[in-house]
Design a protein around this ligand. Structure first.
Ligand code: SAM
Length: 229
């Protein structure tokens, strides 16, 4: 998979050099490239924003640099998915991460200020599949953190990125869609706090039953919406 991100703060994406994503890049499992939107401006101040038509608070990102950036990055590409990070988009979740992990090519457009001129979104639709995606019902200052969060969630699902593929099956939001059970490691007693005895029993059926009960209880308590309640 190839991922590009367009931003006025491309340095944010240095985080993707680290940990498993960094290893995935080194191993050639993904290619990632961050682009500075200001490289597609021609004035002395490398301007990317202007006042919104119709008035209103704040500035908006101008279409011209975005058009040039998309032209350069996508060229003749037609099957790319272009994701505009936006609090006004569909909400990102694990099933969307699985869906996007099937793509060959993703381009993240990271907004700043009050967002991006709508015509950029319309123009991008002539270059690939456009999606507006939010990482949650809150407002960030820019789309970089959202693009990094989505990249991590997507890329870890690509075969070979996570050493033990089993861990993808057992975790929260997978399988039945429940939250994960509480987990414990050694020592068996720490500061007077004990590991639940069933986990020390060696009885795999009893452990599986306990874990499932914990998943259901936790999901009901913390995220009843996941159970349709
Ligand atoms: N005026 C916009 C609105 O009300 O929907 C908010 C703009 S926000 C200050 C600036 C940029 O941050 C957005 O264009 C988007 O790229 C990014 N952003 C903010 N919150 C986000 C979220 N929850 N998910 C994804 N991107 C977000």
């Amino acid at each position: 998979m190839r991922i590009d991100a367009v931003s006025i703060f491309p340095d944010y994406f240095q985080a993707l050099d680290l940990s498993l994503l960094g290893k995935a890049r080194q191993a050639g499992l993904i290619q990632f490239q961050a682009h500075d939107l200001r490289d597609f401006t021609f004035d002395k101040h490398r301007t990317v924003d202007d006042t919104p038509y119709g008035g209103g608070a704040g500035m908006l990102m101008k279409p011209e640099p975005w058009g040039l950036a998309l032209d350069q990055i996508l060229e003749e590409e037609t099957d790319a998915t272009i994701i505009f990070t936006s609090p006004a988009g569909e909400v990102f979740n694990q099933s969307l991460a699985y869906e996007l992990a099937q793509e060959n090519r993703i381009v993240f457009a990271c907004g700043r200020y009050e967002g991006i001129d709508q015509r950029v979104v319309d123009y991008a639709a002539t270059k690939g599949k456009v999606r507006l995606i939010s990482i949650g019902d809150y407002v960030l200052n820019g789309g970089e953190v959202a693009a990094i969060a989505m990249t991590e969630a997507i890329v870890r699902l690509i075969p070979g990125v996570i050493g033990n593929a089993e861990s993808l099956i057992e975790e929260s939001h997978s399988g039945e869609g429940l939250l994960e059970y509480p987990s414990y490691t050694k020592p068996a007693v720490w500061r007077g706090l004990e590991v639940p005895p069933v986990l020390l029993s060696g009885n795999h059926a009893a452990i599986a039953k306990w874990r499932h009960e914990q998943q259901v209880e936790r999901t009901k308590r913390v995220r009843p919406d996941l159970l349709g309640e």
